[in-house]
Design a binder for this molecule. Structure first.
Ligand SMILES: NC(=O)c1ccc[n+]([C@@H]2O[C@H](COP(=O)([O-])OP(=O)(O)OC[C@H]3O[C@@H](n4cnc5c(N)ncnc54)[C@H](OP(=O)(O)O)[C@@H]3O)[C@@H](O)[C@H]2O)c1
Length: 364
């Protein structure tokens, strides 16, 4: 059994190369990479302590949190570095994995079953999965029998992104038949599911994504009523054309100016579900965008952020419904799969550049 944490410095160096291509400040990058490397070198992890299961990672999600850690040095995560080095090493690459249990002393996690958990970028690990085990975001969970469906869907439409889309739309926005629903990051893991659920709830669905190919996919494959490339279209003008009476529901994955334009195009009593703000994840200072308060006041809008973990106790309900819709062909999914654990940084940087259609995963 290898101690997977020792692989992090290599991955971080490789990631640094990829991030340079994204033109992130060199000094900032080097500083953060060095910090992480030093801390990893200084950490001794007793992987044999409170062992409950051995896990072999089979597919891996590419997440943005590592980017946040590298770039957002002064925020919450770096506070955790000071307080608990071990925790942050485990969380620094806070990606989820789906893994097969290869050895276990935990009765609820038998050998051969698959589990999903946040173990970061690693190809195998030893994890405490007991009832009192500490966890990041979500405790390790057994993957239900997916039958013929790919296991990696438990990181996408049948996992955290699916739960975020399902409850984040239905519980926060409560869309009604005939309403206009807009989603940004529409061709991503969460957005592509949000738009399809809104369509199943008989809304008129409008998506914004970053390429013509994505726009085509949203309209021709996923049944979005309208979709626009936000890089080549003026968002306000696009909404005037597609939703002349205004927008009722906005599922926000990106934040920034795009979101200000949508919020300023909303109708009275509109609801906004704030899921992500990826447009600002690479910025060293908070991005500036047109203010939304006048629209919020005069149109009496309601805006609510959420973390998917809010609905942890309703996980089964959400996954059961999503699985049924996938099996019935009512929800389609796409995965952008990168082969090879060593290519994780490349996949991560690609995701930030919008290379992915649907969920970005790494096949370890
Ligand atoms: N609150 C929660 O509990 C929760 C749960 C899951 C995810 N999230 C957040 O929700 C968002 C979507 O997650 P996801 O898994 O669906 O993402 P994803 O599949 O990884 O998609 C990311 C997409 O964001 C788009 N993007 C990148 N930079 C952008 C920019 N500057 N402006 C507009 N779009 C940009 C890119 O597509 P384009 O080609 O369209 O630009 C990229 O493909 C993320 O911000 C994530 O952090 C939050």
């Amino acid at each position: 059994m290898r101690d997977a944490c020792k692989e992090i410095p290599d991955l971080v160096q490789s990631l640094a190369g990829e991030m340079q291509k994204l033109q992130i400040s060199q000094a900032r990058l080097e500083d953060n990479v060095q910090t992480l490397t030093n801390r990893v070198d200084n950490v001794e992890i007793d992987t044999r302590k409170s062992i409950d299961a051995y896990l072999e990672v089979q597919a891996q999600k590419v997440e943005k949190e590592l980017n946040e850690w590298l770039e957002v040095k002064d925020r919450e995560i770096s506070a955790k570095i000071e307080s608990d080095v071990k925790t942050v090493v485990e969380q620094a690459t806070a990606a989820a994995s789906v893994a097969r249990v290869v050895e276990s002393r935990a009765a609820d996690f038998p050998v051969g079953r698959h589990v999903v958990g946040y173990w970061g970028w690693r190809d195998r690990t030893v994890a405490d999965v007991g009832p009192d085990a500490p966890y990041f975001m979500s405790p390790a969970m057994l993957v239900p029998d997916l039958g013929e469906l790919p296991l990696s869907l438990s990181l996408g439409v049948l996992g955290m992104p699916g739960i975020s889309a399902y409850f984040g739309l239905l519980e926060v926005c409560k869309p009604k038949e005939g309403e206009v629903a807009v989603v940004s990051g529409a061709a991503g893991a969460v957005g592509s599911i949000v738009g399809q659920i809104a369509r199943l709830k008989w809304c008129k669905v409008i998506g914004f994504a970053g390429s013509d190919a994505k726009v085509k996919w949203l309209k021709e494959e996923l049944g979005f009523h309208h979709a626009f490339n936000y890089k080549t279209n003026d968002v306000t003008e696009a909404l005037k054309q597609a939703a002349p009476d205004g927008v009722d529901v906005y599922f926000d994955n990106v934040g920034g100016e795009l979101s200000s334009a949508v919020v300023n195009s909303m109708r009275e009593w509109g609801r906004i579900s704030v899921c992500g703000s990826i447009s600002g994840y690479n910025e060293s200072s908070l991005p500036k965008a047109t203010i939304i308060q006048p629209a919020a006041i005069y149109k009496q809008l309601r805006m609510e952020g959420f973390l998917y973990s809010r609905w942890h106790d309703r996980w089964e309900e959400g996954i059961t419904q999503l699985t049924q819709w996938v099996r019935e062909g009512k929800i389609k999914y796409c995965e952008t799969v990168t082969e090879g654990f060593q290519n994780t940084p490349k996949a991560f940087a690609g995701m930030l550049q919008g290379d992915n259609l649907g969920k970005a995963v790494v096949k370890v």
